[in-house]
Design a protein around this ligand. Structure first.
Ligand code: ISL
Ligand code: CA
Length: 540
């Protein structure tokens, strides 16, 4: 039987920026509940919520101080129960972020751990002898600076791959693991439908004397030995009817089928992180569309038939794809959607992507929130870079672009109060109210695209073949299942592109199923207009 999540479309909600129900400028659980019918009409089958747990918010909820409590800014456990029930009522499932590579430094385990070398929680984290001048090794963290922070009380340093307020848990410790497993079961018994596993490929580390050669992240990226922990997690996951998607950088397209094999894999699907390929100088890079096509094609090929992909263009860690890969038009928003949503895998839509929301025009460092961007800004200043240039450099590709509030109306409609982050001024042109009324809006196109994806088995189970593989601007592919064949043709550039369609696409009559221009044709040779997308099927 086909697992429910294979034919499902997911929607990622960044709770802080989705909908505010109590006018404090911060999105919350009741706000999400109020918008469930919007998601239902879009065709969404499940929601992934970014972390809503108790947190000091150094990394916006990815620093958890209590796994089993809700951050009061978002509401209560009761509110979550209500949301879950209301979602289930509509046939929408809900998965939560599972952040177990690290906790907050305010988590009771770490507060205990810090107290002394013989504290029972000492080994819940990773400590090693150090001096203020000399850390145990020279590894660098993802957010900049050493992976170590010195603690003068015990003359040791603790390890963190992200911010210093996010100490890494020690997965070698069975007692720690048992606590984490209990927490996971508690949530699954609560009734949620699965997890997105945050930074899961980092839970195993190389020995501290490991020497970095080229890849600075090698010492904590999919390191051998992780299999033991993943297998233990699999045991828990397999005893529930849930879905799991892992953010697993370092698990490459060759090993990912093993991770996601339906019979023996650890998790159901993987978010690869390779396709966010950039081109250009720092501070003015754009997305590399050819790189995007190449990476995703390789994953499609390597993941069939055993593995399963999680498909996405946007998320809370990247700028808006309609700005980095597109040209901020409805055509680019819909062409990108067509290109990735008909691939083999489970598609995710990040809030606002369905409207073609764009990057934010940052004008001041006060508008920047992301921990890593702020650290990078201060780094620039320390290097003597003038503040204006530093702001340009760090806001060009900051993840804050995707974290501005959702555009419900021409003035935002997110909150009646000042929102925690500024609303993009183009909400007057890009918003739900306008797009619901416009039959050709990205929102209405997404609805058709989702319905199309679900209507034909070829999009669920069909194999993937790339066509016109060498074309620098056009991504064309076939999905094939028995006698059924679907063709996806997208011009991923802002210039017209001439193409000669492969013979197999034109030998038999074809029927256009969907297009983002109103008068698209299907001929052996044709010129695609900027960001034109056409989906057709063999008419047999
Ligand atoms: O491995 C990486 C780069 O090759 C990193 O991208 C890393 O896997 C990623 O940054 C992890 O992101 C997730 O965990 C972070 C959090 O800040 C992000 O928002 C989250 O998506 C720490 O919990
Ligand atoms: Ca609120």
């Amino acid at each position: 039987m086909t697992k429910w999540w294979k034919n499902a479309v997911g929607y990622q909600i960044y709770p802080r920026s989705f909908m505010d129900s109590n006018d404090d400028g911060i999105g919350d659980l009741k706000g999400i509940q109020a918008k469930l019918t919007y998601l239902k009409e879009l065709g969404i089958d499940f929601i992934w919520l970014n972390p809503i747990y108790k947190s000091p918010n150094v990394d916006n909820g990815y620093d958890i101080s209590d796994y089993q409590a809700i951050n009061p800014e978002f509401g209560t456990l009761e509110d979550l129960k209500d949301l879950l029930a209301a979602a289930h009522e509509l046939g929408i499932r809900l998965i939560m972020d599972l952040v177990v590579n690290h906790t907050s430094d305010q988590h009771p385990w770490f507060i205990e751990s810090k107290k002394g070398k013989d504290n029972p929680y000492r080994d819940y984290y990773l400590w090693a002898d150090a001096t203020p001048e000399k850390m145990p090794n020279n590894w660098q963290s993802f957010f900049g600076g050493s992976t170590w922070t010195y603690d003068p009380n015990t003359k040791q340093a603790y390890f963190h791959v992200f911010a210093k307020e996010q100490p890494d848990l020690n997965w070698k410790n069975p007692a720690m693991r048992e606590n984490i497993y209990q927490m996971i079961r508690w949530w699954l018994d609560f009734g949620i439908d699965g997890f997105r596993l945050d930074a899961i490929s980092h839970i195993q580390k190389e020995p501290w004397d490991f020497k970095i050669t080229s890849n600075p992240w090698a010492p904590f990226m999919n390191v051998a030995g992780i299999e033991t922990y993943m297998a233990e997690l699999r045991e828990i996951f397999r005893s529930y009817d849930i879905m799991t998607v892992g953010e697993a950088s370092g698990v490459n397209s060759k090993t990912a089928p093993f991770w996601t094999d339906e019979e023996s894999g650890y998790i159901d699907m993987i978010f690869e992180l390779e396709h966010q390929v950039r081109t250009g100088e720092p501070g003015s890079e754009t997305g590399d569309l050819l790189g995007f096509k190449k990476v995703l094609s390789r994953w499609q090929k390597d993941m069939q038939p055993l593995g399963w992909n999680a498909l996405y263009t946007d998320n809370h860690d990247n700028p808006r794809s309609n700005s980095t890969f597109g040209n901020e038009t409805r055509e680019s928003a819909t062409a990108l959607a067509t290109a990735y949503m008909l691939l083999r895998g489970t598609p995710f839509i990040y809030q606002g992507q369905e409207l073609g929301m764009t990057n934010f025009p940052f004008e001041s460092i006060e508008e920047v929130n992301a921990t890593d961007s702020l650290a990078a800004y201060h780094d620039c200043l320390n290097k003597g870079i003038p503040p204006e240039e530093a702001l340009r450099l760090i806001t060009h590709w900051t993840r804050d672009h995707s974290r501005t509030p959702m555009h419900w109306t021409d003035f935002g409609g997110f909150s009646t109060n000042l929102p925690w982050m500024k609303i993009n001024p183009n909400t007057d042109k890009i918003n739900v109210v306008l797009q619901e009324a416009d039959p050709f809006s990205p929102l209405n196109y997404y609805k058709k695209l989702i319905a199309l994806r679900k209507s034909l088995p070829v999009f669920l189970n069909g194999s993937y073949h790339i066509e016109l593989a060498k074309h620098p601007k056009v991504w064309a592919y076939t999905r094939k299942l028995d006698l059924e064949e679907a063709y996806v043709l997208t011009n991923l550039s802002d210039q017209p592109q001439s193409v000669t369609l492969p013979n197999r696409w034109v030998n038999a009559p074809a029927m256009i199923l969907l297009a983002n221009y109103q008068d698209s044709s299907w001929k052996k040779t044709m010129t695609l207009r900027p960001f034109e997308a056409v989906v057709a099927k063999k008419d047999a």
